[in-house]
Design a binder for this molecule. Sequence first.
Ligand code: ZN
Length: 317
Amino acid sequence: MVMEERSWISDLPGQVEMVEVSPRDGLQIIEKFVPTGKKVELINALIGAGIRRMEVTSFVHPKFVPQLKDATDVVKSIERRDCVCMAMVPNLKGAERAVEAGVDMLDIVVSASESHNRSNVRRSVDESLEGFVPIFALAEEADVQVRASLATAFGCPFEGDVPVSQVLRVCHRLQDLSVMEIALCDTTGMANPVQVSKVVKACKHEIPDIQWAAHFHNTRGAGSANLLAALTEGITVFDASIAGLGGCPFAPGATGNVPTEDMVHMLHEMGIETGIDLPALISTAQLAEEIIGETLPGQVMKAGRTCDLHPSPALAE
Ligand code: ZN
């Protein structure tokens, strides 16, 4: 009798959706203002490479994030094609501006930990959740979807461990508001793969009828391992940032998201589809470096793809 071998490999999905967040999560930490035209060039290149959902900006007050003061202009200037245009909104005023600009999807943010939420949006978690009620009403009226980003879902830089019960409490409240998707965010790169498995398993078990996404930062180098852990637990929507651009301006020591092109490279090598043209994405990572004027953390754009072979020096002799 032949025993069927089972391992985590058997459970991998055939396809995942990459949500590009560099124009928001990436650019918000850059101090020097990136001209609107350059932002639009980067966004258009990402769409050209096959990105089908992107957080293109945040409608935060320009006083707090001056880099994103051109949110409306960016939304109105990009060539969207069939890319879902998502924008972060911190409050009702921001949501009104986003809807007026013509976005397809709102991204609301709340932290699983009190102190991070207070530092991020100067409100308690419950005050944030209360504040979402009119945003959902507006979204319904305007026929746009709402997804929620749950910050510090895997640890808080001020409080340390965040109990899963606390994560679930906020997720249940978001579900009651009829959110379309919840992204579990490792805002400051504190997650490890075992913890990711446990948190994702608990969330999917408690709230099975919602779309789950994950958002990992590479602050401590564990981004791709955490993505793999979430993938094996059945998450198929991942935020990422081209060339690893970014971080959170309101959390100490936060560095960039997992680089989109590195994740797409790994997934494609594993036989998992993303619908993205990898060479075009790598060129876009190089464009991002050019625009920012600094070396960015992405690795595949420096090393090349696994399939880009080199002439053997032995044969040249
Ligand atoms: Zn982030």
